[in-house]
Ligand binder design. Structure first.
Ligand SMILES: [Zn+2]
Ligand SMILES: [Zn+2]
Length: 124
């Protein structure tokens, strides 16, 4: 078994834990391979998947998007192969991207672009 992956652990739910709690929305979802925490991706405003890894030390996420099964290891910053995790392996197919539909603002593209631009400005 790869350290940081628990294939028995089911995902926490159909949406980002923190965005659901705070009434936010997300772009893509990622699942912690160790504890099943579902969080939003680095292109989302909350970046809760990466925040979860930082807070807990859980090092590996898997995409929680339908049709995607790649893993990402934060320690090496590499994509890796992993075992089949406990189902469900993605959010419900009827969930919109971005989601959840009821909370996605009309100008979501602009909001994500602005967030990305300000991140790029900081790092460069
Ligand atoms: Zn989130
Ligand atoms: Zn975790």
């Amino acid at each position: 078994m790869i350290q940081g992956i628990d294939p028995q652990r089911p995902p926490s739910g159909p949406g980002c834990v923190e965005c659901e709690r705070d009434g936010g929305w997300w772009f893509h979802l990622r699942r912690c391979a160790e504890c099943g925490h579902v969080g939003c991706c680095d292109d989302s405003l909350g970046q809760h998947a990466t925040a979860h890894a930082g807070q807990t030390g859980h090092p590996i996420i898997q995409s929680y998007e339908p049709g995607e099964d790649w893993f990402w290891d934060y320690r090496t910053e590499q994509m890796i192969d992993g075992p089949e995790l406990a189902p469900p392996r993605s959010h419900p197919a009827e969930q919109s991207t971005p989601g959840p539909e009821a909370r996605v603002p009309a100008d979501w593209r602009e909001q994500l672009q602005r967030a990305r631009a300000s991140r790029d400005g900081r790092s460069g």
